[in-house]
Each structure stands twice: as structure tokens, then as C-alpha cells.
Ligand binder design. Structure first.
Ligand code: NOJ
Length: 527
């Protein structure tokens, strides 16, 4: 039995709304065709005005970029193409001046094969890094079922991979070692890796970072059992060191199972776009219940006006996970998209996207808005770049449309969407009815109403084609209702007096009877 890790969650998360920035593609300050950190700093006012008060920055560290920076070759150095460590510190300071927070991306499960630790680990002679990665004991040995590489090093052994071939797995040990080369989780070698990772966290937190999004946080201990007990204890070991030093730092895991990630000590977990073997999870059912990111045909997503899908299947999967996160005082977070996930445009229309995002922003937890989603940037079919493969189409340059990052339009990183109907920030800011305005208005309403924020309670009211739920704090109660269909729907509200505080489409409120026009959304405050 694992004793749950309990931390008072940093209070700034209770009204946090994140903006995820893929640094390559966001804003280019020096015209070299690749986004950079000074470019991001120059856009902080834009992000804040949109209603986001926090940033998750994808990896920005030195790397050969075979996996877009998730192959780190120096954890403590900003990649030259993004700027310098001083630029990153300046970003932290500029964010803090605006009351904003910045999470970096920590990749603890693997490094690049070009990291110095790995170079030393590959040497024939034993040294301080020999056990930093997982090595078998012979050049010809297999990986005991784990992916491995041989024939590349002076060392007489093969090494285990965590993801791509360029990403050797750091050694956090095995849950139940069965071969002589497998070391135990939380043994001295595994703890040395943990201590090295704590040192990386301390480095950036001391310089002003506000925490980390943690890559593949569940991947550390190999052959860990169902429930990941040894990986959980490994995180508890690391958090026991870093939390007391930086009590306001926030940690969000790429894990997807809050009962495990919260026990490990994370503040938040993501409800991710995971559709293993074609079977959608709850999050997919909302937005991405399809095999084809570009076509509406066969798309059973709830927010597709034509799908006829009811919200009940989503709720059956979502609610138990929400309650698990709540039991630990943590949160289970929705993303509009991320750098690994297909953007929902053009498959969903701007109205469908508006309904979807406003619903996600109204649900419990801390929402993450992926750059460009506020204007409905489109998924595009592109050749792979830096290990992106199918993900590349969601990583294209931000469409500012005002010449503010002309370098990006040079198409050196990825081609910008130059189609005549490509959405841009400038055009949507000038159009009162645009998605950009809806997202901004919604996020400001969220910021102004405690019952729409992270921890307000959640209770479902209607789980059919119409989805309605109540969210409450001691001081406020709101009801949120969405009708994604092309028909008008009627909804009977619980007893009370209501007033409308936000809407999309046609809404009619008469006492406790709410008429929801086609493709409409309403937030009502109980008086
Ligand atoms: C998850 C990251 O989000 C993804 O982009 C990356 O390729 C893998 N982890 C490996 O680090």
C-alpha cells in the first residue's frame, strides 16, 4: 500500500489558465525563421489580455532536435536558437511582473544520446555515469522485452530506450529486477539519477521558473506493476527534496491517471488525447472521436453538430477520474490541444470549436489552451519535421497576421498557413464575432467568477445530447449548459432564480425553463 503524498497545492493554481507555447513556432524576435524566447516575452501582454495567466513552455533546452527538443543534451542551457539563459530569466521576470507564472518542460525519463551523461555512460571504463542509464551486460544481450540499441558504444553492452532511438532511458531501476544488469528502483543507482533530476529542477526553480510540466512522468521505473507503485515512490522521493525548498512550485504530469499521479505528489494531471487501438477515452469522445483529423465523415465527437453523440459516455469515464483527483486535492486538466495532438480545425467549425472550448473552460481543473487555438488554427498535412510525424501538422507558425513575426513567415521552421481563409489574430481581433473574441470573453468571465475556477464543485444536471452541469463554491453557483446539435432543446433547471452571465447563440430563460437554440451555450448564475 502506497501512502499518498499530500502537498498543499500552490494557491496560484486555483484560478490558473495556461497557454501552451511551442517555442519554435510562436514568435520570432530576430527574423531567423524560428521562434525564440525574447519573441515570447514580447507577447506576454497578448497572452494576458486573452485571459491566460500562466504559460507552459515546451522544451527550450540544448538539443539535437531529433524529437523537437524532447531529446535534451543539456538540461541547464537554453538552446542557442531560442536565446540564452538570461533571456529565459528575463521571461520569468516579465511574467512575474504581470502576475503570470511559467512552467518549463522537464524530461526526466530520457536524455538525448548526445548528452554528456550518455557519452560518459557509453565509455568502456567505469565512471560516475556508468549507471545513469540502463545497460545490459553484453553487446549481444536483448533488452528483456524493452526496446534497446546495440553496436553503438565502446561499452560492452546494449542500452534501453525510453522513446525514439535518440532517447536512451535514464536509470530509475526496475520494480522487480530479474537479470543481473537490472538494478532496483530506489536503490543507490536509481536514487543518484533522481538526485541529478532534482538538481535540474532546483537550477531552474532558483532562477525563477514556477514549476514543470513533466514529460512521460509515469515512465521512470521499468516493468513497474499495474498502479505504478515504484514510479510513485520514486516521485515521492524527489518531491520530498524539492517541495520544501520551493513550496509554490507547481508540477503537472503527463500521466493520465490521477489516482496514480496524485499519489506520486503531482498537483495536476492531464486528460490526454489517448486513443489506444482505436478506442477513444472520454476526452477523445468530446473532440476527437475519429481516425481522420481532416474529415467530418465518421467523426462521432460530441461537439460535432452532426454526430448525435450523447455526453453520457464521456461522463462515465470522466467523473471517476475527476473524483480521484479531488480526493487528493489535485486537479485533472483539459487541453484544447497540444503539440502531440491534432488540432480540431478544420474538422470542426468555428462555432463547434467555440462551444467545445467554452465547455472545457467551464469544467473543473486548470485548462490549457494551445497557442493558435484561440483563432482556430488548422491542422495541416505536412511532411515530418524534427521527429514530429503526424504531429507536425499541429506545430506550424502562429498566425499573427500583423507582420509582428515576419521571420516565421519565411517558412524556415515549418510553412505558415498562407491560405486566403487562414485565420489570423489581427483579422479576428478586428471581428467582434470571431472565435478569438469568444475565447477572450469566456476566459475573462471565468476569471471574474469563482464558481468557474479550478476547485468549484461539479454536479451534472443533464447528460443527453444537451450537457448541463452546476459548479459551486460557498459563495456562488453557476449552471453551464451546452447544446451542440442543430435543433433547439429545452432544459428544466433546478429550482432557483437565474441570470445569464455568458452565452453563445440564442438562449431564452423563463424562470427555470431554459430554451437552448441550435449550437448554443449558456452560463447562468443562481441568484
Ligand atoms: C511526450 C511529449 O509530449 C512528446 O512530444 C515527446 O515526443 C515524447 N513525450 C518523448 O519525450
Amino acid at each position: 500500500m502506497i501512502s499518498p503524498a499530500r502537498n498543499p497545492r500552490p494557491s496560484w493554481l486555483s484560478n490558473a489558465v495556461f497557454y501552451e507555447i511551442y517555442p519554435q513556432s510562436f514568435a520570432d524576435s530576430n527574423g531567423d525563421g524560428i521562434g525564440d524566447i525574447p519573441g515570447i516575452t514580447a507577447k506576454l501582454d497578448y497572452i494576458k489580455d486573452l485571459g491566460c495567466n500562466a504559460i507552459w513552455l515546451n522544451p527550450c533546452f540544448e538539443s539535437p532536435f531529433k524529437d523537437a527538443g524532447y531529446d535534451v543534451s543539456d538540461y541547464k542551457k537554453v538552446a542557442a536558437r531560442y536565446g540564452t539563459n538570461e533571456d529565459l530569466v528575463a521571461l520569468f521576470e516579465a511574467a512575474h511582473q504581470r502576475g503570470m507564472h511559467v512552467l518549463l518542460d522537464l524530461v526526466p525519463g530520457h536524455t538525448s544520446e548526445e548528452h554528456d551523461w550518455f557519452r560518459h555512460s557509453s565509455e568502456a571504463e567505469r565512471n560516475a555515469y556508468s549507471d545513469r542509464y540502463i545497460w545490459t551486460d553484453s553487446w549481444i544481450a536483448g533488452g528483456d522485452g524493452l526496446p534497446f540499441v546495440g553496436g553503438e558504444s565502446p561499452r560492452d553492452g546494449t542500452y534501453i530506450l525510453n522513446f525514439f532511438k535518440c532517447q536512451p532511458a535514464l536509470n530509475y531501476g526496475f520494480a522487480h529486477p530479474t537479470r543481473s544488469w537490472q538494478q532496483p528502483a530506489l536503490g543507490p543507482e536509481a536514487k543518484a539519477t533522481c538526485d541529478a533530476m532534482v538538481d535540474v529542477m532546483r537550477f531552474w526553480l532558483s532562477l525563477g521558473a514556477d514549476g514543470f510540466r513533466v514529460d512521460m512522468a509515469d515512465s521512470l521505473v521499468k516493468k513497474d506493476d499495474d498502479g505504478k507503485p515504484y514510479t510513485i515512490r520514486t516521485w515521492q522521493y524527489m518531491f520530498a527534496q524539492i517541495r520544501p525548498e520551493f513550496p509554490k512550485a507547481a508540477f503537472v504530469s503527463e500521466w493520465g491517471r490521477p489516482n496514480e499521479s496524485m499519489a506520486a505528489g503531482f498537483d495536476m494531471d492531464f486528460y490526454l488525447d489517448w486513443r489506444w487501438d482505436g478506442i477513444p477515452n472520454g476526452y477523445n469522445m468530446l473532440l476527437r472521436n475519429t481516425n481522420d483529423p481532416l474529415s467530418r465523415e465518421g467523426d462521432a465527437s460530441y461537439f460535432n453538430a452532426d454526430s448525435g453523440t450523447k455526453i453520457s459516455d464521456f461522463l462515465s469515464e470522466y467523473e471517476p477520474r475527476l473524483r480521484e483527483a479531488e480526493a487528493y486535492g489535485g486537479s485533472f486538466n483539459f487541453i484544447t490541444c497540444n503539440h502531440d495532438t491534432a488540432r480540431v480545425a478544420p474538422r470542426l467549425s468555428p462555432r463547434e470549436i467555440a462551444l467545445a472550448y467554452c465547455t472545457l473552460f467551464s469544467l473543473p481543473g486548470v485548462p490549457f489552451l494551445y497557442y493558435g487555438d484561440e483563432i482556430g488554427m488548422r491542422y495541416r498535412q505536412l511532411h515530418t519535421k524534427e521527429g514530429g510525424y503526424v504531429r507536425t501538422g499541429s506545430r506550424t507558425p502562429m498566425q499573427w497576421g500583423d507582420g509582428s513575426s515576419d521571420g516565421l513567415t519565411g517558412g524556415e521552421y515549418l510553412p505558415i498557413d498562407t491560405a486566403a481563409d487562414a485565420p489570423t489574430v489581427a483579422a479576428q481581433q478586428a471581428d467582434e464575432g470571431s472565435l478569438w473574441h469568444i475565447v477572450r470573453d469566456m476566459l475573462h468571465v471565468k476569471g471574474d467568477n469563482a464558481a468557474l475556477q479550478t476547485d468549484a464543485s461539479f454536479r451534472e444536471i443533464e447528460r443527453k445530447r444537451v450537457f448541463a452541469f452546476a459548479r459551486s463554491t460557498d459563495a456562488q453557483q453557476v449552471i453551464v449548459a451546452v447544446n451542440p446539435s442543430r435543433d433547439c432543446k429545452a432544459l428544466q433547471l433546478p429550482k432557483g432564480n437565474y441570470r445569464e452571465i455568458f452565452k453563445i447563440g440564442e438562449i431564452e430563460l423563463d424562470g427555470t425553463s431554459l430554451q437552448l437554440g441550435l449550437q448554443s451555450f449558456a452560463i447562468l448564475e443562481a441568484e
